[in-house]
Design a protein around this ligand. Structure first.
Ligand code: CP
Length: 309
C-alpha cells in the first residue's frame, strides 16, 4: 500500500482520477479480507481522530463510516445537528472549527446543501470526506456501487449500467455517472421526463423514458429511491402510477430474455421503485453493496490519512 491519492479530501467523484479509484478498490480488497477475519480490526489509524458530522438523516452511510473508522482503530466522535447547538444558531464553520479545536484530524460530513463540504475545504485544514451533499454528490456510495459491480461481474469497463428513477434529486446518480464513466462503463438514465434534469445528456449518458427498454439494454440496473422529502411540487400523479410505469418487479424482469444484476443504494421504498420479490431475489446485490461499503470507506479513510499534507 505505498501509493497515494491525488487529493487530501474526498469531495466528489468528479475530482478523482481513474487511478485514484483503482487505488481505492485495490486497498478495499485488502480491507475486505480484514473484515472477514475473526479479528476484524487493524491499527492503521490508531493516532487519528475522526468526527462524523451529520446534518441530514442517515442509516447506512453513518453506521458504515463509524464501523470503518473503528475497524481502523481511529478514535471516533459523532455529531448530529438535530440535538446540537446548530439549533441555537451556530454556523457550519463555527461548529466544525469547534470540533477541530478538540484535536480532530478528519471530518466526515453529510449536509443538505450542495457544495457544503467544498465550502469547508476552503476554510479548514483537516481532511474532509463528503458523505452526501444535497442533490450534488455522494462519492463513497458511487465507489461502493462500482466496487460491487466489479466484484459481481469481474470488471466495470464495457458494462452497460441503467440508473432508473428519481435522477433529478439524486446525488447517487451524479456520482455513479462520473465513477462509471471513469471506469469505462456505458451509462443510461431512465425515469419520467419530470425526474430527469435538463442538463443530463450533456454528461454523456443515454436517456430513456421506457423502463422496459432500459432493462433490455443494461447488464446492471441501479434503481433509485423516489426522494419525496426533496420534492416540493408534484413530479408524477401518484406513487401507484409511478410504480405501475417505472417500478422494477419480478414479472418485468422475468419477461426479459436475460438476467440482470439489480442494485439499490437504500433506503428502499418497497413496492414503489422496487418490489420485494426483486429486492430479496438472488439477482439483487443490495446487501453486498452495504457490506462492501465498510471496506471501501476503510480504504478511503486510510488513503486520505496517508496523503502528505
Ligand atoms: N445510501 C445511503 O446514503 O443511505 P443512508 O441515507 O441511510 O445513509
Amino acid at each position: 500500500m505505498g501509493e497515494q491519492l491525488s487529493t487530501k479530501h474526498l469531495l466528489g467523484i468528479k475530482g478523482l482520477s481513474t487511478e485514484d479509484i483503482q487505488l481505492i478498490f485495490e486497498t478495499a480488497d485488502e480491507f475486505k479480507d480484514v473484515i472477514n477475519r475473526p479479528i476484524k480490526k487493524v491499527p492503521s489509524l490508531r493516532d487519528i481522530t475522526i468526527a462524523n458530522v451529520f446534518f441530514e438523516n442517515s442509516t447506512r452511510t453513518k453506521l458504515s463510516f463509524e464501523l470503518a473508522e473503528k475497524r481502523l482503530s481511529a478514535d471516533v466522535i459523532n455529531f448530529s445537528s438535530s440535538n446540537s447547538s446548530v439549533k441555537k444558531g451556530e454556523t457550519l464553520l463555527d461548529t466544525v472549527n469547534n470540533i477541530l479545536s478538540m484535536k480532530v484530524d478528519m471530518i466526515v460530513m453529510r449536509h443538505s446543501s450542495p457544495g457544503a463540504p467544498h465550502f469547508l475545504s476552503r476554510h479548514i485544514d483537516a481532511n474532509i470526506v463528503n458523505a452526501g451533499d444535497g442533490t450534488h454528490e455522494h462519492p463513497t456510495q458511487a465507489l461502493l456501487d462500482t466496487y460491487s459491480i466489479r466484484e459481481k461481474l469481474g470488471d466495470v469497463a464495457g458494462k452497460k449500467v441503467a440508473i432508473i428513477g428519481d435522477i433529478l434529486h439524486s446525488r447517487v446518480a451524479i456520482s455513479n455517472i462520473f465513477a462509471l464513466q471513469k471506469l469505462g462503463a456505458e451509462v443510461m438514465v431512465c425515469g419520467p421526463i419530470t425526474l430527469l434534469p435538463k442538463y443530463i445528456s450533456s454528461l454523456g449518458v443515454k436517456v430513456e423514458l421506457d423502463v422496459r427498454k432500459a432493462l433490455e439494454w443494461c447488464d446492471v440496473a441501479n434503481v433509485l429511491r423516489i426522494q419525496l422529502e426533496r420534492q416540493h411540487i408534484k413530479y408524477f400523479p401518484s406513487l401507484r402510477e409511478y410504480s405501475l410505469y417505472y417500478g422494477v418487479n419480478k414479472k418485468l424482469l422475468d419477461s426479459l430474455n436475460k438476467e440482470i444484476t439489480v442494485m439499490h443504494p437504500g433506503p428502499i421504498n418497497r413496492g414503489v421503485e422496487l418490489s420485494s420479490d426483486v429486492a430479496d431475489s438472488e439477482h439483487a446485490i443490495i446487501l453486498d453493496q452495504v457490506e462492501n461499503g465498510v471496506a471501501v470507506r476503510m480504504a478511503v479513510l486510510y488513503l486520505l490519512a496517508s496523503v502528505s499534507k
